[in-house]
Every structure is written in C-alpha cells, then in structure tokens.
Design a binder for this molecule. Structure first.
Ligand code: ZN
Length: 469
C-alpha cells in the first residue's frame, strides 16, 4: 500500500510543480506585469493549465486509486492515507468530467480579462470589460454542463469551491441568517452614529505597512516563507511549502483598509503555512474548502483583530507609529471606530453585521446570471437596484458597484462568494469551541501572541496554484 501511495504522491507532485509555475505567473501578473504582457501570459497560463489538467486525469492515477481503495482499512477513515485517497478521488472525478482543452481556453481568456477589469474600474466604464465578462459567463455555463445532471446550474461551481454544498443548502442557510441580520442592522442603524473620523486622516501608506507587518508577524505569519506586496485587490497565493505570499491595498486617507486586509490575508497565509511539509504538492495538503479558508482569515481579521483585548496591547504601538494622527484619540474611541456598523457600498470595507448581506447579493446575482435570468449587460443596473433595496444605498459609479470585486474577473461566475459567509459562521464556531477548551485565549490576545522567530520551521504549505482572496 505504501508503495502505491508513494507512486500516487509522485504523480501529484509533478502536477504541483506545474501549479507552482502557474502561481508565480499569476502573482507576477497581479503585482508586476506590464499591461501589454497579458496576451503572452495568457498563452503560457493556458498551455500550463491544459498540461496540468491532462496529468490530473492520467489513467495511472485512476488505477492507483482503485487499488488503494480496495486495500483501504475502512475503519480508519481519519488516517492520512485515507485522507489522501479521498481527496485525490474527488480531484480525479471532478477533473475527468471536464476536457483539458477547456482549462487551456479558459485560462487564456482570463489572462485578458484581468487587465481590462483594472482599466474598467479605473475609468469607471463597465463597457470596457462587459464583452469579456459575457464570454466568462459562457465558459461558466459550459463548465456546469459537463456535470449534468445537476439540481441547479450553480451546483458544480459551489461544489468546486465548497465541497458538498449546493445552491439549495446555501439559500436555506442565507435565508435563516437574513432573518436575524436585517432587524439587527435596522436596530443598530437607529442608534446614534459612531464617529470614525479618527480613521479618516492622512496615514502615510509606508507606515501602515510597517505596522501591519509587525502585527501579522506576531499572528504567526512567517516572512521567511512569504512576502507582502501591493495589488489592486488583496490576495494570498501559495507557491509551495516555502513560499506563501500576500498582497494588500493601501488608502492614504483611510487607516482601516490596509490594516484589516493585511490581517485577513495573513489569516489565509497562516493556514497555508500551518499545513504539514510532507503534504506539500499532494491533494491532502490543500485547504479543506474556501469556506474553511475564509474562517481563518475572518478569525484574524475580525474576531481577534477587532477585539478590545487585542487593541489594549497594540493601540499604543499604533499610536507610536502615527503620533500626530492618534495622540488625542483614546482607545475606546478608536475601538468603537473600527467596529462601527453602517451599511456601505463596498464589501471589503463592510462591518461584521452588514458584511454577509453583501455576500448574499453577489450570490443571488451569480445564480441569476447562470440561470439566464440576468444578462451581463444588465448587471450594473441590477446591482444598483439590489443595493438600494437591501442596504438603502445607491453607488454613484460602477467602480463602487459591480466592478468592485475581482472575483468574476479572475475566475468563473458561480460559487465565488458563499465562502465568506460560511467562513464567518465557522470562524465564530471555531473560536467559541477554542475558548471553551482554553478560557485563557482572550487574555492571550491582550499580550503579544507569538513572535515570528518562534514559527515552527517544520510546518508546511501547499496551494497547488490557487489564489485565495
Ligand atoms: Zn479571504
């Protein structure tokens, strides 16, 4: 059995080597590449995607899986070998349904979408990217059709991101959540508005990064196996065990933007860095799901990063970095400012209470587009209408409307957003359980948590060429 498992792992490590190259190319495209480079990049990524896909459906993998499944100890479902076989089987079955040339065509298409989205957002002109997004929708429908029969056209996309979930299960969950959230938002909105002007002063970006880098080191992000850069939309990307990178977006007139996106991305990266080194390059070393991934980023961003105890320790340090801006702002004022609840237009800036409403709007829209109820052409107007009805707000531009998120412009339409709400729910559950087992945790957040030097060099990572936002 061990020999067969080793052979299977070898085959996956070859696929992962291609994923490594893809990740470097993705990262370079998002952070460094000149805009005219997209065509050549698209060709390279397309070819690599096809080769990786062909390898994922290699008959040798199918044969090894069959043999391993027949040898498996059915009682020991929690062993690493059982986990490896289970995760590889999911990957194999899913990949086998889709022709490799789809991966090549779609990757090539995507490389052209990203620079157009950046341009469209900058110029606030949806028409620049609209024809390409229509093509993305066609690709997304084509992908679903490979999985027929399905209950809902969105199911293959949701399952790809959050294994085992379907449109029906997500809708039922969102309906229950909405029942509690809408009255909560209303009741908070009727209270006196919190003043967050202390966050809206001039904060030099370099000092913002200086502070957040120190904090995320304390969270446990290991810079010897990572780095931080700027990009239009923050993301985390793994290149393998020794290299998990994050990006942030700074706003010089708003302190919370860079800081909480750094906390968020560090949460993703710490999860990846915490995977075992021996799982590097094999399906077992991938995240459980995007929802679980988000549970880690939202945990550090919100449950820890917006807690009073955490800021009792870090606020004096923040004040030392920005003495002129914060010297007359006490901890309570700052704490209330970073936890202000107020419906807004931008998902990534949203408070913890309204955040999930942004997710629900996007989820409904991508399902509507897949079902053919909403065309890409009508998306900007539909977006504005939904924000008006759900949050009572109308954006002055599409840049703050349907162009604000990168998701539909760097991947398929479908299954892109439910992971955030699933992550919020899981993060609360994980934290509650952790505190019930270790009641000292809240006190620990009030003192320095870890030091980066203490990061365990034996811990490991594998992203398999995927980018987490
Ligand atoms: Zn995230």
């Amino acid at each position: 059995m061990n020999e067969r498992l080793a052979s299977l792992n070898d085959l996956y490590r070859e696929i992962s080597a291609i994923g490594h190259a893809q990740s470097v190319l993705y990262w370079d495209q998002a952070v460094n590449m000149p805009s005219q480079g997209s065509e050549g990049r698209g060709n390279s990524l397309g070819v690599l995607s096809r080769i990786a896909h062909e390898k994922r459906i290699d008959q040798r993998i199918g044969d090894l899986l069959k043999e391993l499944e027949s040898l498996e100890d059915k009682e020991d479902i929690h062993s690493e070998s059982a986990g490896m076989v289970r995760t590889a089987r999911i990957d194999y079955e899913r990949s086998a349904k889709v022709p490799p040339d789809f991966s090549q065509r779609f990757s090539k298409h995507l490389a052209n979408v990203n620079p157009k989205w950046v341009e469209a957002r900058k110029k606030d002109d949806f028409s620049i990217v609209s024809p390409l997004l229509t093509k993305t929708l066609d690709f997304s429908k084509e992908y679903s059709h490979y999985f027929e029969p399905y209950d809902h056209i969105g199911d293959p996309h949701i399952d790809r991101m959050d294994y085992g979930m379907k449109a029906d299960t997500i809708r039922a969950l969102f309906d229950r959540l909405r029942e509690g959230l809408v009255p909560l938002v209303k009741s908070i909105s009727s209270c006196e508005e919190i003043d967050d002007s202390c966050l809206r002063k001039h904060y030099p970006p370099s000092n913002q990064v200086l502070f957040s880098n120190e904090v995320i080191k304390d969270f446990g992000y290991d810079f010897s196996r990572g780095r931080q850069d700027n990009s239009p939309h923050p993301f985390t990307i793994g290149m393998g065990w020794g290299d998990v990178r994050i990006t942030v977006r700074t706003k010089e007139d708003y302190l919370a933007e860079e800081m909480f996106s750094a906390f968020h991305e560090a949460g993703h990266a710490i999860y990846e860095q915490g995977l075992k080194k021996e799982w590097d390059g094999i399906p077992l070393g991938r995240s459980v799901s995007y929802g679980v991934h988000e549970s880690q980023s939202r945990l550090w961003e919100n449950i820890i990063g917006r807690s009073y105890g955490f800021w009792e320790n870090y606020y004096p340090i923040l004040q030392a970095v920005f003495p002129r801006q914060l010297e007359n702002v006490d901890l309570d004022t700052y704490y209330r400012a970073i936890n202000r609840v107020k419906p807004g237009l931008i998902r990534t800036d949203a408070d913890e209470v309204t955040y999930n409403l942004h997710v629900m709007i996007r989820f409904d829209m991508e399902m509507d587009m897949l079902e053919g109820k909403l065309s890409v052409e009508d998306l900007p107007e539909a977006w504005h209408r939904r924000y008006e009805s759900d949050l009572g707000l109308k954006a002055a531009s599409d840049a703050d409307g349907c162009l604000q998120d990168i998701h539909w412009f760097h991947s398929m339409i479908g299954g892109q957003f439910q992971c955030y709400t699933l992550g919020n729910i899981m993060a609360s559950q994980f934290y509650e359980k952790a505190v019930s087992d270790h009641p000292e945790i809240p006190q620990h957040t009030a003192c320095l948590l870890y030091t980066s030097d203490a990061a365990d060099e034996e811990d490991s990572v594998d992203l398999g060429g995927r980018r987490i936002i």
